[in-house]
Design a protein around this ligand. Structure first.
Ligand code: IMP
Ligand code: MG
Length: 178
């Protein structure tokens, strides 16, 4: 598996250091607000566990799972598993693995906004701004790392459902997916 990694982009140590900073920031910003952190499955699992355990204010967690399928003209998204908590009037933070084209975050954001939370913000571990769909005007409120336009795997991120279990984030060798 590791032989298919061209380079380690973010080591375990770099990830954990930045995640502690983000957790400290969120703990400060959401003090007294009893926020709900909503993880978007599956890519967020590692980040979610690591950041939530560093948040030191009362909070709740929930998950949603969305899937996309190719329609005749464009990509469509559906909610495969919705959140189970009632977020109306609550302070909600979406946790995501990567903000790429932004299509999925845009979809998740709009879906949760319909449930009328008191506030809705986005925290993404990775941001790949070069790939953004120009139609997506959404911005992330908290970003772990801004990364170049390369396909990355590990720490929850997959290629064909593999590599999620790598403890670091690496760039996949082109021959591994071509
Ligand atoms: P979007 O393009 O921002 O809608 O991202 C959709 C999804 O594509 C993300 O949630 C990831 O699961 C996946 N994705 C985007 N870029 C990468 C990457 O570099 N590696 C692995 N998965 C990615
Ligand atoms: Mg994926």
């Amino acid at each position: 598996m590791k032989e298919n990694i061209k380079e380690v982009l973010l080591s375990e140590e770099q990830l954990q250091t930045r995640i502690r900073e983000l957790a400290a920031q969120l703990s400060e910003d959401y003090a007294g607000k009893d926020p709900i952190f909503v993880g978007v499955l599956k890519g967020v699992v590692m980040f979610f566990g690591d950041i939530v355990k560093r948040i030191d204010i009362p909070c709740q967690i929930d998950f949603m799972w969305i899937s996309s399928y190719e329609g005749t003209e464009s990509k469509h998204m559906t909610v495969k598993k919705d959140i189970s908590e009632d977020i109306r009037g609550r302070h909600v933070v979406i946790l995501e693995d990567i903000f790429d084209t932004g299509n999925s975050l845009d979809f998740s954001y709009k879906h949760l906004l319909e449930k009328e939370p008191a506030s809705l913000k986005i925290c993404t571990l990775l941001d790949k701004p070069e790939r953004r769909n120009p139609a997506v005007t959404l911005q992330a409120d908290y970003v772990g790392f801004t990364i170049p336009n390369e396909f990355v795997v590990g720490y929850g991120l997959d290629f064909n459902e593999f590599y999620r279990n790598l403890p670091f984030i690496g760039v996949l060798k082109p021959e591994a997916y071509q």
